[in-house]
Design a protein around this ligand. Sequence first.
Ligand SMILES: [Mn+2]
Length: 270
Amino acid sequence: MAIYVIGDIQGCYNSFLALLKKIKFKRGRDKLWLVGDLINRGNGSLQVLRWCYKNKSSVTAVLGNHDLHALAIKYKVIEPDDEDTLSRLMKAKDSDVLFEWLKSLPLVHYEKKHLMVHAGVLPQWTVKDALKFSKEVSIQLRSKKYVEFLSLMYGNKPDKWSSSLSKNDKARIIINATTRLRALSSSGAIDFTYKGELKNMPKKLKPWFDFPKRKTKDTTIFFGHWSALDLVTRKDIFAIDTGCVWGRSLTAIRLEDKSVFSVKTNAKDI
Ligand SMILES: [Mn+2]
């Protein structure tokens, strides 16, 4: 048995199947950890989500910004935009059950001393904090008021963590940090604009994982979301969004020995 952590699939179903073939994935023996953004932008969101649901006993996944965006469209909190490729998924006869599963996913997962999150964690958070905050959001998403909850997650404020935030502000920054975070200003405010490579990053910003005194630095963290980083394999962080939906590649890391497996994007997916 092995655990493979896989980067942002974003509806690239053929690429995903090719990667499963490459790692010789066997249901019942191996497990998959998916870093979120399972769907959207690629054209196989319905197939990816169906595969995950059918194999849910082998899949551990966390929510990404695109997954939350899809939930907001599904439950009529917002209208789809021009770049969304979710209409087949929305109209599918099994759409309700697929979204019910998606909605049940956490924001962070911790197991075997490894943390998985879609985008990042704030420097003030310990692993225990991240898990507690993820749970608070999951409780809301699983409650009867989930539509109302999804409607209040939009917005970039507050951009700074504080233990005295109101309940809604706290939920919003937890969601923004775990699903959208890339860089922080020197004062620790989330920067929502910079998406580029590290070498071009403005001096006043720092990637979240290099922010001073980050409390999770002794834990190995797997994340996606930041495709411009490409593959980063350090002792403390594994950035594994290698831009499948941008025509680059889809990557898996075997948790046990950190072996890297990757396939080029299948052109049919985008
Ligand atoms: Mn993302």
